[in-house]
Design a binder for this molecule. Sequence first.
Ligand SMILES: NC(=O)c1ccc[n+]([C@@H]2O[C@H](COP(=O)([O-])OP(=O)(O)OC[C@H]3O[C@@H](n4cnc5c(N)ncnc54)[C@H](O)[C@@H]3O)[C@@H](O)[C@H]2O)c1
Length: 432
Amino acid sequence: MAQISIIGTGYVGLVYGVAFADLGNDVVGVDIDADKIEQLKAGECPIYEPRLPELLRSNLQSGRISFTTEYADAVPQSEFVFICVDTPSTPTGEADMRAVRSAATMLAGHLRDGAIVVNKSTMPIGSGDFVTSIISEHITDGREFSVISNPEFLREGNAVADVFHPDRIILGTDNDHDAVEQLKVLYRALDAPIVVTDRRSAEMVKYASNSFLATKLSFINEMAQICERVGADVSVVAEGMGYDERIGPHFLQASGGGFGGSCFPKDVRALAHIAHEADCHPQLLHAVMEINQDQRRRFVKRLQEKTGDLFQKDIAVWGLSFKENTDDMRESPSLDIITMMLSRGANVRAYDPAAMDRAREELPKVQLCGNPYDAATGADALCVITPWNEFKQANMGKVVEIMRNPVLLDGRNLYSPNVMTDLGFTYVGVGK
Ligand SMILES: NC(=O)c1ccc[n+]([C@@H]2O[C@H](COP(=O)([O-])OP(=O)(O)OC[C@H]3O[C@@H](n4cnc5c(N)ncnc54)[C@H](O)[C@@H]3O)[C@@H](O)[C@H]2O)c1
């Protein structure tokens, strides 16, 4: 059993804290957000993530996890201190390291001798040195510590399963092999391949992985555009490509709005920024981002082509979170798409199975509905943006009846074009 502090109890830190507790460790989650900590202490899960609420409550009850806003209540007894704070984009695209700086500063005063600080947040190349120097500045009594880079790859919506069954664990150290051995023991229960490398390579693995996945998505979205022009079907093209073991079937689903979320857009931007700083010219990364923005504009253009002027049209939107099974709306395609619709004078009515609370803050001008059918009633077009199961299983026969104009923009290719056309929809898929 290890003593662990988790600094930052968001989408990553909370899932990790609960998972480490469930594996039998003694965990304290620390966050500067006092409301979030109160919720967590009461056993309320502040995010929508399948299986997380049950795990949170059972580990709270067993006393293996607790929460605090005070570093002093957590860090002094911890062998491992995981930094899981946010690293969002700055306006220039670089990673904003203010939360990391503040976390490193605050934990430094409380570290016990020999503690291992784990950089789990996605941080730019060289952040292992950055965190080490901040902590060193604040330690004047000779206490020793290590900083290991251990980037995270979990997927929101599948985070609990991903944390218990990771594809790989990356551990980056420049000289501290003893700390790496201790982390290997902590991770032993997860039975995943462990790659040990230097800190900069570990940091780069994270950015390169996310940029590669984003590249695959922009690639298939570009193929979708070409398919539309030449009379091919991108879904079949992707299936045919995916059987090739060198390509694989994953991340080849075209989407009308492109990719979003708290990671891909910001990490591609941050890597491009890192590349520029290093005197490189990251052409591919720029193309990936440009294609992604174009997807959103093209989606609204298609909508306009099918409905005419959007001024005073009633547009229904299904799906606001950036992907299914999460309430996370950070950089969700829905935000850009809806903003464009509103700026053209459309009235937007939307429904999402999990993101309604966040949508109230993010999209105050949108009328939020209690179910997908209310959103579609009387609409001049229905735009499906997020592929929730609830939408796949919707009664589309009912939907075609309740709409004023049954135009369906299926941004995730959820439905059969033939079936939808037979039902009476004017159907527009992606890359078809
Ligand atoms: N969300 C994902 O799917 C995912 C996946 C892999 C990696 N990551 C990376 O993990 C990091 C965290 O992402 P997230 O989505 O969990 O972010 P988040 O915004 O959900 O959570 C961050 C938490 O840190 C807290 N915090 C900020 N400063 C703090 C401080 N000084 N002390 C204590 N707490 C502080 C915030 O209040 C917040 O609760 C980011 O670097 C992200 O890129 C995220």
